[in-house]
Design a protein around this ligand. Structure first.
Ligand SMILES: [Zn+2]
Ligand SMILES: [Zn+2]
Length: 320
């Protein structure tokens, strides 16, 4: 089968790999579409150290089960969380996202920048027929992890939420918050992203929020924005950092950035319960999913465009 692997010069190169064989409890999935996530870029560029050489990235897979220990023919989604131990104190406490020996799609095992992949059957999400794969793929990481970030931001009912950066995950998360009654202020430099934010119902989109915020989510992987976003919180507010990788955070000033019981939190992956909850929510009331499709043989261009800030919404590799 055809698959993409990291390359130091060209980001990705296409290679031939043997068809993967599902192990016990695993399914073989034929890929229809795979969303391009900023984490893929962090993996390819080495911000996240590779766990195996020549692993194919990609963890927002829409596909179909074509073999293995599962429902052959079922349309499924494959997300970032690939496996957890089920026995450590985090797993037993409903926090499998913090599992001490968790494994991830496209990091510990081959992901969806390929024609096929294998994955434990207990970690796939059943998806409905009919909905276009291009619109479903971004829900699987951008949507799910953004949803967990929203939960971690502790936004009160009807509260004021700041959203810093407005890429794939932010545009889905903003819609989930607005649907729940939040007032959303988007901070981004991109004029196209500002326009999209206003079209999707944001109360403002500009250089800074026009009022103090109850909660904020930092989507841009830029540590310099942490003090800026903390300073814009109201008393008792919470800032959640959504990314898996962030550049260094500059020195914080206790008075300006943290006093008055402001809280700074990280977000680590998601549990399957988060994933199911978000998918049920968004399949029941589909958000607008802004996508840029790329044919499978242009995966390297998709990643390059993401690195250059040239993708509005979510880039999606299409295999069908
Ligand atoms: Zn565990
Ligand atoms: Zn991701």
């Amino acid at each position: 089968m055809k698959a993409w692997i990291p390359d130091p010069d060209r980001l990705l190169v296409m290679v031939d790999k043997p068809m993967p064989e599902p192990g016990v409890g695993e399914v073989l999935v034929q890929v229809e579409a795979c969303g391009v996530c900023r984490t893929d870029l962090h993996l390819v560029e080495g911000d996240l150290p590779p766990r195996h050489p020549a692993i194919s990235p990609g963890h927002q897979v829409v596909g179909r089960v074509v073999g293995g220990d599962g429902d052959v023919g079922q349309r499924v989604g494959v997300a970032w969380l690939r496996w957890t131990c089920g026995a450590c104190r985090y797993c037993l406490d409903g926090k499998e996202n913090l599992c001490l020996s968790s494994a991830y799609t496209g990091w510990d095992a081959d992901g969806g920048y390929a024609e096929y992949l294998t994955v434990p059957a207990a970690y796939v999400y059943a998806l409905p027929e009919g909905a276009p794969a291009e619109k479903l793929a971004p829900l699987l990481c951008a949507g799910i992890v953004g949803y967990r970030a929203l939960l971690r931001a502790d936004l009160p009912e009807g509260g004021r939420l700041g959203v810093y950066g407005f890429g794939a995950s932010a545009h889905l998360t903003a819609q989930a918050a607005i649907a729940h009654g939040a007032v959303v202020h988007v901070v981004t430099r991109s004029s196209a992203a500002r326009q999209l934010a206003l079209e999707l119902g944001a109360a403002s989109a500009g250089d800074r929020p026009p009022e103090p915020l109850d909660a904020a989510i930092l989507f841009a992987p830029v540590g310099d924005l942490v003090p800026v976003a903390l300073a814009a919180l109201d008393r008792g507010g919470t800032l959640a950092v959504a990314g898996i990788h962030l550049t260094d955070i500059p020195t914080l000033n206790y008075e300006r950035h943290l006093f008055q019981e402001r809280t700074l939190r990280s977000v680590t992956a998601n549990t399957r319960a988060d994933g199911r909850a978000y998918l049920d929510l968004s399949l029941g009331r589909p958000p607008h999913v802004s996508t840029t499709p790329y044919p499978f043989d242009r995966a390297a261009s998709a990643l390059r465009d993401l690195a250059d800030g040239q993708v509005n919404g979510a880039a999606v590799l299409m295999l069908g």
